[in-house]
Write a protein that binds this ligand. Structure first.
Ligand SMILES: Cc1cc2nc3c(=O)[nH]c(=O)nc-3n(C[C@H](O)[C@H](O)[C@H](O)COP(=O)(O)O)c2cc1C
Length: 271
């Protein structure tokens, strides 16, 4: 199935929220969008017992359901000084203080127990590593770095991405990325299959020591403007996602809304 060409005119803008009239205790069927959403639920559910499922099917289901995932473009260097670059979407922020992010590397399926170069380098080289965020204009370049090249081949040159020396770690950062983090290893945790005892995956916790952010991405509050950043996310199979429109929805506060909440609870309990 062929897709229409990439639409460069699309960007993100801020809009209102999906259901601006929602108030405390109101059920999903109070809006047309909510009723439509719940229509599909009438077809029933499939429940998967993970221990009985084929791991490949589980993989396909989980990577399509746990979306969109941010992507870490990880630049490492081996003990011998060979540079490596690869994207990882099992990635997330763990803590802002200390600043810690997590990246998870599957071991090579074809060779059980063999670590990917990224895991090996992060664990064995004391030099640190860099995690960069991918934006739309260089997604093809970043995607190329996922190639299963032998360890002696640098993904940097075949991807076309540009190295910039880091200030704290030995690995280079990606010049094309508007947001890069120089990291030291905080901890690795082997993820072991309890039934076979096999270590299938390596969880890497990274301590972020320096952040490089492009000035043109920053707004007056010192945060990143999503309409300029154009970060790419990972969806199921080989799909990538763009950021669409954004909306702001304030975090609710008990102190501000207690009266309204109590009233709504009373109203629904009387229904
Ligand atoms: C967008 C994208 C996301 C990926 N996410 C992961 C991931 O989270 N974990 C993983 O083990 N491999 C992931 N991969 C595959 C690795 O990038 C690939 O195995 C790469 O060759 C590993 O490189 P290395 O052996 O040089 O470390 C991803 C690939 C792509 C294209």
């Amino acid at each position: 199935m062929s897709s229409p060409p990439f639409d460069r005119s699309l960007g993100s803008k801020y809009t209102g929220t999906p259901n601006p009239a929602w108030s405390w205790c109101q059920k999903i069927d109070s809006t047309p969008g909510g009723r439509k959403w719940m229509e599909g639920e009438k077809q029933g559910w499939e429940t998967i017992a993970t221990a009985e499922e084929d791991p490949k099917k589980l993989y396909a289901l989980m990577i399509s359901g746990i979306v969109p995932r941010p992507i870490a473009l990880v630049s490492t260097i081996s003990e011998e000084g060979i540079e490596n670059l690869a994207p990882f979407s099992w990635f997330g922020m763990i803590s802002n203080w200390p600043p810690v992010v997590a990246v998870s590397c599957l071991n090579h399926g074809a060779a059980p127990g063999r670590l990917k170069d990224t895991s090996n380098n992060v664990k064995n080289s004391k030099g640190g590593f860099v995690i960069s965020i991918i934006s739309e204009p260089f997604v093809e370049l970043a995607n190329a770095s996922s190639i299963d090249a032998p360890p002696e081949v640098s993904e940097w040159s075949l991807s076309g991405l540009t190295k910039v020396p880091s200030i704290h770690v030995k690995a280079s950062r990606v010049k094309e990325s508007a947001f890069s983090m120089e990291c030291e290893l905080y901890q690795t945790t082997p993820i072991v299959d309890p039934s076979s005892g096999e270590t299938t995956t390596t969880l890497i916790l990274a301590h972020v020591k320096y952040i490089h952010v492009r000035k043109d991405m920053l707004n007056q509050r010192g945060t990143i403007d999503i309409t300029k950043f154009k970060p790419i996310s990972r969806l199921g199979d080989n799909s990538y996602g763009r950021v669409g429109d954004a909306f702001k929805l304030a975090r609710p506060s008990w102190a501000a809304d207690e009266g309204k909440i109590q009233e709504a609870i009373k109203r629904v309990s009387e229904d």
